[in-house]
Ligand binder design. Sequence first.
Ligand code: PGA
Ligand code: ZN
Length: 430
Amino acid sequence: MQRRIVRMDAMEILDSRGNPTLRVQVGLDDGAEGTASVPSGASTGANEARELRDGDARRFGGQGVERAIGSVVEAIAPALRGRDPSRQAEIDQALLDLDGTPDKSKLGANAILGVSMAVARAAGLPLYAYLGRAGACRLPVPMLNVINGGRHADNSLDFQEFMLVPHGAPSFREALRYGAETYHALKAVLKRRGLSTAVGDEGGFAPDLPGNEAACELIVEAITAAGLKPGKQVAIALDPAASSFAVEGGYALSKSGGGRLTSGELTALYGRWIGSYPIVSLEDGLGEEDWAGFAEQTATLGGRVQIVGDDLYVTNTAFIRRGIAERTTNAVLIKPNQIGTVTETLQAVALCREAGWRFVVSHRSDETDDSFIADLAVAAGGGQIKAGAPCRGERLAKYNRLLEIERELGPAAVYESPFRAPAGAPPAGS
Ligand code: PGA
Ligand code: ZN
């Protein structure tokens, strides 16, 4: 029996930073419903699809999303009424046609993504199996952001994210335990040193440290204090989000007072760290305009660690294609709201697989309790997700959903480190 979309509604809710965002609800003729909430970023790439914000200074400093709600209710709902919700690609194409702009600025990428996700949810359950078809059984290795800096915290760190990668665990459940226990050990280490244990936007601690490197030292100490083996059981991933401290001709480490570095000097710094700490992944180590610097970084460091492009690619196949041709990185960060529809997100994943590149499904710093990306990570099967610290509800919504999926899959669930293969090797099963 073919089911049909009969209802669509949207409301303004608040996200984890207390900013307005959209929640969209789609109803089918058989009574089934799908709801989805849209995340948002702080260190956004210049080429991301555009959110529609009200710009009315009297409400939420102009950040309201009543116009985006208007897009859903007045423009999108009538156009999708009567459609089969299982035709995701056709629905997403209809959304693109209805919008008609290259950056989704007319209806708003937030309105479009909310509808696209809610339709996927209404269409089939469980979501990971629906999006990934029968083979979706690989749980991702979580990247848990336990020290926050950059635009995500008011502290002395220029680099935005210092993450735990419990890739040596036997299952997702154990990986999350490794992550949580290390997080608590880190809290104890910070306390002992009289450092702040207040948290940043993604739930990681945000202490004032003498420099960026001190964060890596503390993390290694915490892994050991938790009774785990640094590198073997729990490794480190970095997302400096370097677009946020890129300046004319280089990079300014002004929060830490670390001076200015050229692109090459910054890559050399990462190279030294990779020699001293168990780092397996480096995301946005350079700024989004530094394509040549990235290619050099990948040529120098890409055999030792995964080099991930986030702001560079904004989950857009046009930019990823260029990266593949120019060997700019060897991996891609996948964020649905950077591109704006579920179908385009899956196309970005497919392109990575085709190229033999790894990819990491990711949350945003402004999140909601929606766990869509957990299902997406299992469906995509790349074996990696980044969803913040094991702290704060909007982050745990994703990790707890993965616990549920692992339980539901039972013996069929696979947890496998992508980092046992040489850096840059494609995800298993591709
Ligand atoms: P954002 O940061 O969500 O604030 O853009 C996340 C990231 O850079 O990966
Ligand atoms: Zn990033």
